[in-house]
Design a binder for this molecule. Structure first.
Ligand SMILES: Cc1cc2nc3c(=O)[nH]c(=O)nc-3n(C[C@H](O)[C@H](O)[C@H](O)COP(=O)(O)OP(=O)(O)OC[C@H]3O[C@@H](n4cnc5c(N)ncnc54)[C@H](O)[C@@H]3O)c2cc1C
Length: 493
């Protein structure tokens, strides 16, 4: 079934209230959650639109039906390319993060890892997971990914923490299921998700066995408490706010207070050797998702710069034009890294097609490092107005109204109303609470920068580069290029 946004909202509002904002328990219909709900609704709208059939939807081999692409397990490089393209399309519409990719990256990671655990241990997690996926796709559910534990002392392992709840862990286990407790944090969209997909956040040792746990539960399961922090887009309550101001986000601390998870929803239970693998599978898939959304953020920033430059009448000046080209580089290099990750991906034993981790990580690293610089380009081009512009009401009423109409025009070819719209847009993009959210998400979302370094140092073929240098330096007589040349696109014709 492809759910409509109305069905999604109806299902959401029926859930047991377990959301907390500012010390109060609230329903999912709390107006502070609406900006985020509206973002999710776009993911349902796109799948309903015949124009986006095959992009926002995909054929599921699991249930033999058309499903929302965010509930689909990619089978081919084309699927990954479509996933990336869809994320960019959707992110451009909501002014940034589309929020549904985290859940998709979690189901991808679980599909791959459950199969690998079964192959090594003779367990039956994969079959269980596929049964769960059938239900997930049939109902067109939206899952969030709860990976990040609150972690306590960063230099101590999960089992060494003073507070054992610093990482989500198993406290009881029987033949029918498990009981878990602990804290996950910074979990995007859990306050308006149907399901919570829990995966480990780091490599584990044998003594961390109880922390090797993965499962899926409805977000309103007994014992789950969601303390959320909504971030509003800019001027959401203003009736003439730009359309993208109605969107927003919410991130949460998820408290698992002795939560029972039935066996059929448990996908890892003590297999500590696979903690690292599952954590990385999610992170690498998510870093590929970034090659869709981050170019969209660059597109928006680039557009804001072009408008601001026009309004300042500096759009033809050479140093400004040079800055525009920086957006072209960052957006399209990140996108190209995503394309390369798809084309050079691999078919896993689960049948899921997984992006190449090197390309996914270099793309994510580039964009993460550039994000503050890109916001700075907007600040440079726009001037200080984004933080000093009077409130919109001053332009609408009061004795200074007419004088402010004169004040707001810089380029005489742009009328006062359009000029005001441009500068309000620049303020919303470059100097609002969401600005900081995008900057910090750009650095830490999908893992801190050090995680990209760790992945690259583990996966990149440095040996090949030593051999090359030895050959060019005349130390070795022959150059062995075979490993490097063995990198082939999945489709050879
Ligand atoms: C906007 C936003 C949205 C997010 N959404 C989600 C989500 O939907 N789901 C989800 O699971 N997570 C989400 N995250 C969490 C994100 O994955 C984490 O922020 C990221 O992995 C970093 O973890 P942390 O914030 O705990 O920082 P830390 O891990 O505490 O990192 C802080 C610093 O400490 C260093 N450090 C940490 N541990 C060690 C160590 N052992 N040795 C040496 N140095 C160390 C790091 O390198 C870094 O420099 C989100 C984050 C943000 C900002």
């Amino acid at each position: 079934m492809l759910r409509t946004k109305e069905q999604y909202r109806k299902d959401l509002f029926k859930m047991r209230p377990n959301i907390y904002i500012g010390g109060e328990k609230v329903g999912r219909d709390d107006p502070r959650l609406l900006p985020g709900i509206r973002v999710l609704e776009v993911t349902f709208d796109l799948a309903q639109d015949p124009k986006w059939k095959g992009l926002a939807t995909a054929m599921s081999p699991l249930i033999g039906k058309e499903v929302n692409r965010w509930a689909h397990l990619p089978q081919t490089p084309y699927d990954l390319l479509q996933k990336q393209k869809l994320i960019r399309l959707a992110a451009r519409r909501v002014g940034g993060c589309i929020q549904r990719c985290m859940g998709q990256d979690a189901i991808i990671a679980l599909a791959v890892c459950t199969k690998e655990i079964d192959e090594a241990k003779g367990t039956d997690y994969h079959k269980r997971f596929l049964e769960y996926m059938k239900m997930y796709q049939e109902k067109d559910l939206d899952g969030c990914c709860a990976q990040t534990d609150c972690k306590g002392d960063r230099l101590k392992r999960p089992s060494e923490q003073k507070n054992p709840d610093s990482y989500v862990h198993i406290v009881k286990e029987d033949k029918d299921g498990i009981v878990v407790r602990g804290f996950k944090m910074s979990i995007t969209q859990v306050a308006y998700a149907d399901e919570i997909l829990v995966v480990p956040t780091r490599a584990l040792k044998e003594e961390d066995r109880d922390y090797a746990v993965a499962f899926a539960i409805p977000a309103d399961t007994e014992g789950v408490k969601i303390v959320t922090r909504p971030v509003w887009l800019r001027e959401k309550d203003d009736e003439d706010a730009p359309p993208f101001c109605k969107y927003g986000v919410s991130d949460s601390v998820v408290i698992f207070d002795n939560v029972y998870v039935p066996k059929e929803r448990v996908f890892m239970c003590g297999e500590w050797e696979f903690g690292r693998r599952l954590a990385l599978l999610f992170a690498n898939s998510h870093r590929h998702s970034y090659s869709g959304c981050k170019p969209a953020v660059s597109d928006i920033l680039c557009g804001a710069c072009l408008l601001a430059a026009k309004a300042n009448n500096i759009d033809k000046v050479s140093h400004v034009r040079e800055k525009f080209s920086e957006f072209a580089s960052s957006a399209e290099l990140a996108y190209a890294a995503g394309v390369a990750a798809a084309v050079y991906g691999e078919k896993t034993s689960s049948g899921v097609f997984f992006p190449n981790p090197i390309y996914a990580n270099v793309g994510r690293r580039l964009t993460g490092e550039l994000i503050y610089h890109e916001y700075n380009l907007l600040t440079e081009i726009a001037g200080g107005i984004s933080v000093t512009l009077p409130f919109k009401e001053d332009f609408k009423k009061g004795e200074n109204k007419e004088l402010l109409k004169e004040f707001i025009v810089r380029n005489p070819e742009i009328d006062p109303e359009t000029s005001l719209k441009i500068w309000k847009f620049v303020e919303n993009v470059g100097a609002s609470p969401m600005t900081l959210w995008y900057m910090i998400a750009g650095v830490h979302g999908g893992g801190s920068p050090i995680m990209e370094t760790i992945t690259l140092n583990a996966e990149y073929d440095y040996e090949d580069k030593i051999k090359l240098a030895r050959y060019l330096a005349g130390i070795d007589e022959h150059l062995d290029d075979s490993k490097w040349l063995s990198l082939e696109p999945f489709f050879k014709e």
